[in-house]
Design a protein around this ligand. Structure first.
Ligand code: NAD
Ligand code: IPM
Ligand code: MN
Length: 355
């Protein structure tokens, strides 16, 4: 097949990890006889420096006209002044809104070799296989913001329709898994959470095969540490999902291995590792590319419908995690490009073994 992929390297380690993901996608295209065209555009801090805004129109145009968007990360100390007129993160939020990608999928498994790097005891990590579905285009992130002297307001707003569509997506995903759905809210305090809860119950009632459980977000933060293997699909609002998924990522040994897919109504999706621009290690060639590479696998699956290719890439990454030298965050000494080379080599050897 032919596919147009917009690449948004962004800031910090973003360019390093997207280069790795693109190299791997080129390899997959070559192995499976596809043609992928990559079109690189600006977003975030680099876009502010180059054209004064974090999400230039040319970037939006390229993204909406492509089959999928692969993003690195945005932000960094250079653009973090609280008084700044524009921020890199506005570029990312603007893009999510423009693309209408309301469902952010963040899968999480713990590879056995990495269990010892997790702050949890390895025995508590056996069988952890989570899929977070984070609502991505609503809530406090997108509500009205205001500032007056000593008071600041971030409005948190959700409509029934916004909750319905993301919960429905979570149900569809749960159907193909263990059919257990945990909805996370703060319904004992927040009105938006009460709307979230009643809407969720109504939508899930359409799926008799799915077992629904509600958890309050504070308790869920604890349960993720005490019994992470008890959960399957976890659906929640934007800010809770942001926080819980970084917490959960620590279970897997490093923030550097977690991918994400942001999906809307159509096929066009936005794919990015869940980590940020990691200014503390940017430019050193030591960033872990696995989160970005696994995001590329999600791109193959969800936007291009290439399931076999996605599984093959995930298997190659698994094999690298089994036996290859890894990056510093995973206790190894390998560089970003060495890990990328290992993934490419695994793709090669798996293809030869299959032939
Ligand atoms: P971060 O995720 O960038 O880094 C947190 C820690 O994890 C750092 O110690 C970093 O070195 C490490 N880390 C992250 N990714 C890694 C990788 N691939 N390999 C090895 N180590 C890795 O979070 P932060 O420091 O809180 O944020 C830095 C900037 O990134 C901020 O400006 C923030 O807004 C932005 N950010 C952007 C995104 C995004 O673009 N999607 C996501 C999160 C944060
Ligand atoms: C993420 C990031 C973003 C978010 C920031 C950079 C806007 O933390 O993708 O998880 O909060 O959604
Ligand atoms: Mn985050």
């Amino acid at each position: 097949m032919r596919a147009d992929i917009t690449v948004l390297p962004g800031d910090g380690i973003g360019p390093e990890v997207t280069a790795a993901a693109v190299a791997v996608l080129r390899k997959v295209a070559c192995q499976f006889g596809h043609v992928f065209e990559f079109n690189e555009q600006l977003i975030g801090g680099i876009a502010i420096d180059t054209c004064g805004e974090p999400l230039p129109q040319a970037t939006i145009d390229a993204c909406v006209n492509s089959d999928a968007v692969l993003l690195g990360a945005v932000g960094g100390p250079k653009w973090s002044d609280p008084q700044a007129r524009v921020r890199p993160e506005q570029g990312l939020l603007g893009l999510r809104a423009k693309l209408g990608v309301f469902a952010n999928l963040r899968p999480l498994r713990v590879h056995p070799r990495l269990a010892s790097l997790s702050p949890l005891k390895a025995e508590n990590l056996v069988g952890v296989d989570l899929l977070f579905v984070r609502e991505l285009t609503g809530g406090a992130y997108f509500g009205k913001k205001s500032r007056e002297d000593d008071v600041a307001i971030d409005e948190c707003r959700y409509s029934v329709a916004e909750v319905e569509r993301v919960v429905r997506r979570a149900c569809e995903l749960a159907k193909a898994r263990k059919r257990r759905l945990t909805s996370v809210d703060k319904a004992n305090v927040l009105e938006t959470s009460r709307l979230w809860r009643t809407t969720t119950e109504r939508v899930v009632a359409e799926y008799p095969e799915i077992e629904l459980e509600h958890q309050l977000v504070d308790s869920m933060a604890m349960l993720l540490l005490t019994r992470p293997a008890s959960y399957d699909v976890i659906v929640t609002e934007n800010l809770f999902g942001d926080i819980l998924t970084d917490e959960a990522a620590a279970l897997a040994g490093s923030l550097g291995v977690s991918p994400s897919a942001s999906l809307g109504a159509g096929r066009l999706g936005l794919y990015e590792p869940i980590h940020g621009s990691a200014p503390d290690i940017a430019g050193q060639g030591v960033a872990n590319p696995i989160g970005a590479i696994l995001s590329a696998a999600l791109l193959l699956r969800h936007s291009l419908g290439l399931e076999a290719e996605a599984s093959e890439l995930e298997a190659a990454v698994d094999a690298v995690l089994d036996s290859a030298e890894l990056t510093r965050d995973l206790g190894g000494n390998a560089s970003t490009s060495e890990v990328t080379e290992s993934v490419l080599a695994k793709l090669n050897s798996r293809q030869q073994a299959a032939a």
